[in-house]
Design a protein around this ligand. Structure first.
Ligand code: UGA
Length: 435
């Protein structure tokens, strides 16, 4: 089998490398020449554990190629995956599909023989049908099927998520297209992964409904956490107590500063807009979006409170800027709401993140970026953990106490235990636990 992957962003690159690991011959296509050159040299533009090795070994085995020549790649392919960006459109929050339709047109012109055109990017319900129309209008004689095959990768564990998924969802409406997809995912059939075949619209809806449900679950536990604080309950025990009920499940009940990243904020908003357009508003999701936005802003207030109600002229040490660990991704990270609010309130902010500081430098003003976690701390009034990187889970308390003005910690990811912090002599604030 041979495929072309259009777009070497996060989803395209990970999916391309993983399909080649399955034994498929993959050509990854991107318009960005310098990116393709770098990929050919084995330089990976994103931080994703294990991706560099996977790309290197499959490129060396001759199964993974990189090119800017879409026509050549598509001509030879049994299936062409569209994995280009679908950013939020400025102004209305709808997904911007211009890259998807642009790719569909180019693919139509280049196709040679029966081709399955697969949308891998997260696209609103109805997009597959539109892609079908664009291809038909560009090339009346085209022999093709459009398939929806959404991705459920998490940044930081994307390779494992692709190789050992809970399920694969495929919206394919002809037996011919389904057979091509079965062949591509042959390896997953061998490990008995549930593979769900649906129509185009259902598959597209599953992706949005999944992300929206998870975002709702997180928002639910975040609000319960706020209530726990007032009521003297411990949110972790509450999460465990409800999560052991198989109908609820234990995952995605970790409270924090609000969800961020390239997917949940964009997808929740896009589904809200789509639902309104269809005249079937999703009131729960609308509320989730609103609560989560406000929550990120409110997190800065916790740090101000820990500093005694005013941060003017005070030094705040920030550990973690990425929206979650094991990624350099800063998109919609809670830090983007918290840090500027502290700077605006007159704080001197020193920050460290293991991977995302290059990105952060472009997005934040008035921040001193430090080389190590401990470099943020000399003379600091408050130490705040914004991302739960492993290296922040075993900080040296004695060293922190010697460096800081006073040992005050705001732990927005509940990395530490309140009791342990009290014993260590810290004034400690976390989320949803009595202190
Ligand atoms: C998410 C989904 O988990 C993937 O299944 C999906 O494929 C992906 O979006 C996508 O649509 O491409 P991702 O954004 O990489 O993946 O990150 P998650 O691990 O899901 O975390 C999202 C946000 O929720 C983070 O800000 C994280 O800190 C937060 N979160 C997650 C919590 O606050 N609590 C939790 O219990 C779990």
């Amino acid at each position: 089998m041979r495929i072309a992957m259009i777009g070497t962003g996060y989803v395209g690159l990970v999916s391309g490398a993983c399909f080649s690991e399955f034994g498929v011959t993959v050509t990854c296509v991107d318009k960005d020449e310098s990116k393709i050159e770098r990929l050919k040299r084995g330089e990976i533009p994103i931080f994703e554990p294990g991706l560099d090795k996977l790309v290197a070994s499959n490129a060396a085995a001759g199964r993974l190629h990189f090119t800017t020549d879409l026509t050549e790649a598509v001509k030879e392919a049994d299936a062409v995956f569209i994995a280009v960006g679908t950013p939020s459109r400025r102004g209305d929050g709808h997904a911007d599909l211009s890259y998807v339709f642009g790719a569909a047109e180019e693919i139509a012109r280049a196709m040679d023989g029966y081709t399955v055109v697969v949308t891998k990017s997260t696209v609103p319900v109805g997009t597959g049908r539109e892609v079908e129309r664009v291809i038909r209008e560009t090339r009346a004689d085209a022999d093709f099927d459009v398939v929806s095959n959404p991705e459920f990768l998490r940044e930081g564990s994307a390779i494992n998520d692709f190789m050992r998924p809970d399920r694969v969802v495929i919206g394919a409406e002809t037996e011919r297209a389904r057979e091509v997809m079965r062949q591509l995912y042959r390896v997953l059939y061998l490990i008995e992964t549930p593979i769900l075949f649906t129509n185009l619209e259902t598959s597209e809806m599953i992706k949005y409904a999944a992300n929206t449900f998870l975002a709702t679950k997180i928002t639910f536990i975040n609000e319960i956490a706020d209530l726990c604080e007032r009521a003297g309950a411990d949110v972790h025990d509450v999460a465990k107590g409800i999560g052991l009920d198989g109908r609820i499940g234990r995952k995605f009940l970790h409270p924090g500063p609000g969800y961020g990243g390239s997917c949940f904020p964009k997808d929740t908003l896009a589904l809200v807009r789509t639902a309104r357009d269809f005249g079937a508003p999703l009131r729960i999701v609308e509320t989730v979006v609103d609560i989560n936005d406000k929550r990120k802003e409110a997190m800065a207030e916790r740090i101000v409170a820990a500093a005694g109600g005013d941060v003017k002229g005070k030094t705040i040490a920030i550990l973690g800027l990425a929206f979650k660990p094991n990624t350099d991704d800063m998109r919609d990270a809670p830090s983007l709401a918290i840090v500027p609010a502290l700077v605006a309130a007159g704080a001197k902010v020193r920050a460290f993140d293991p991977e995302s500081m290059n990105e952060a430098r472009k997005m934040m003003d008035g921040v001193e970026f430090c080389d190590t976690a401990y470099d943020t701390m000399p003379g600091a009034d408050v130490l705040a953990i914004l991302t739960e990187w492993n290296e922040f889970r075993s900080l040296n308390f004695q060293r922190i106490k010697e460096l800081m003005k006073a040992p005050v910690m705001v732990d927005l990811r509940n990395v530490y235990e309140p009791e342990m912090m009290a014993k260590a002599g810290f004034t400690y604030t976390s989320i949803g636990r009595p202190w």
